[in-house]
Ligand binder design. Structure first.
Ligand SMILES: Cc1cc2nc3c(=O)[nH]c(=O)nc-3n(C[C@H](O)[C@H](O)[C@H](O)COP(=O)(O)O)c2cc1C
Length: 411
């Protein structure tokens, strides 16, 4: 079974040789070197309809492809002469401690990849101290997921706005009872799921059962139904992020649902730049999480530098799960190692100094394309963005200040 990574799936060719693989079987796990490799292994081993369900974007998959490709337009500024012997990836997300600033996003029906379904992702994440936020449309039910948690594991849970209010209330109560600490409330597919042509060749997307009249009033009403902190997920404009910050949410989740809802909406990077332009104060007020096309440690670092607190991945863990828990653990280790290596090479090996530290990133190519002109001054490496990081970590601003003065003229 020869699968060409670039031609067949639009992901970078890193020399993975699928020639010796047998179609319908998982290949040797030792050949999994990058997050993308798991996708190719999943394509090789899963039923075509199940792979299409995981893989599909909406309509012509323009946003899906842009999510994967936006990284090609970002330049990272690495600095020499730093002491990077003290490496740290640990940080907090919504006040809870985790071993890295990336998390596994809600993705429905994990059982399509492996009989352990969400349980293997839960165990791998729990043992590694990584946040996992299972979907309400999981293969396992809420109680089974709660029972699969390892000792001391912190999980959040995703919820949809069901038009059936009884179902909504019942599930919220069960999520609370299950010990999940926060709710990712997905607000980007009210009423309908996107037209996912690639999957519709196998199955009709059908009725989502989500409410199609989810207004601000409905959102405020929902807040009275649970004591859990709510993080609206699926915001896709700077406007809506600002709105949710004003409404007092502790965090928001910027996402285009992995390119599965509206084709043509911008990538997270573009929206973050727009947020810096229009409402820069928001970065100091709330935590911002995001996702979409994140497959490498450097993608995570770029988003942190733009002011994001934690970065999600939807498809990578569900593809890695074709190997069960061992696959998901291997994925976590790959991502951690990529982050550590790149951070050391870039001259800042503590992740807590990356939040909002735009000195490390040059996004002018994207700004030029998205806004019609670069927002930053083209002749200097001074970031156009106010450098103070979310949460007000003093040390991060110190690093930015130091970089700004020391390296400004050298760009
Ligand atoms: C197969 C699949 C199922 C998904 N199911 C859900 C879901 O049930 N709830 C939700 O909020 N998001 C869901 N998402 C969106 C993810 O949470 C996430 O936003 C997206 O996958 C990020 O893009 P990435 O796959 O490129 O990492 C799903 C995504 C995929 C690929």
């Amino acid at each position: 079974a020869v699968i060409d990574q670039e031609l067949d799936e639009g992901i970078p060719d890193t020399g993975l040789d699928t020639g010796p693989w047998t179609a319908g079987q998982v290949p040797p796990i030792a050949q999994m070197i990058t997050a993308n490799d798991f996708q190719i292994a999943a394509k090789n081993s899963m039923r075509a309809r199940d792979y299409a369900y995981f893989r599909t974007g909406v309509l012509d998959e323009i946003t899906y492809i842009n999510n994967l490709n936006i990284w090609k337009k970002i330049r990272l500024n690495g600095f020499s002469f730093s002491d990077v012997s003290d490496v740290n990836l640990a940080t907090t997300i919504l006040g809870y401690e985790f071993s890295a600033p990336f998390f596994f996003a809600p993705a429905a029906s994990a059982g399509r990849a492996h009989p352990d379904a969400e349980a293997s992702i839960i165990r791998a994440a729990g043992n590694a101290g990584i946040l996992y936020v299972p979907s309400i449309s999981s293969t396992l039910d809420i109680e089974e997921k709660a029972a699969a948690a390892v000792d001391g594991q912190i999980m959040f849970h995703q919820q949809y706005i069901w038009s059936n209010d009884t179902r909504l209330r019942d599930e919220l109560a069960r999520i609370e009872a299950g010990g999940f600490r926060a709710l990712f409330l997905t607000v980007d597919n009210t009423g309908v799921v996107g037209v996912r042509s690639r999957y519709e060749r196998f199955s009709n997307s059908g009725n989502s059962a989500h409410s199609s009249s989810f207004t601000i009033e409905a959102l405020n009403h929902l807040r009275t139904l649970t004591d859990l902190p709510i993080v609206p997920k699926g915001l896709k404009t700077a406007h809506d992020i600002k709105l949710c910050a004003e409404l007092g949410f502790p965090a928001v989740y910027l996402s285009n649902h992995g390119g599965r809802q509206v084709d043509g909406v911008p990538t997270a990077v573009e929206i973050l730049l727009d947020l810096h332009l229009q409402y820069p104060e928001v970065f100091d007020q709330i935590e911002i999480y995001t996702d979409g096309g994140v497959r490498r440690g450097t993608h995570i670092m770029a988003l942190l530098a733009l002011g994001v607190r934690a970065v999600g991945m939807g498809r990578p863990p569900i593809f890695a799960n074709v190997f069960g828990e061992a696959g998901v653990t291997r994925l976590i280790n790959i991502l951690r190692q990529e982050m550590i290596t790149e951070m050391m090479n870039m001259g800042q090996a503590d992740v807590n100094h990356w939040f909002g530290n735009t000195t490390f990133i040059n996004t002018r190519q994207i700004e030029l394309e998205y806004f019609g002109a670069p927002l930053s001054v083209p002749t200097s490496s001074t970031p156009f963005i106010h450098p103070s990081p979310p949460g007000g970590s003093g040390s991060a601003s110190n690093v930015t200040a130091k970089r700004g003065t020391m390296y400004m003229a050298m760009d």
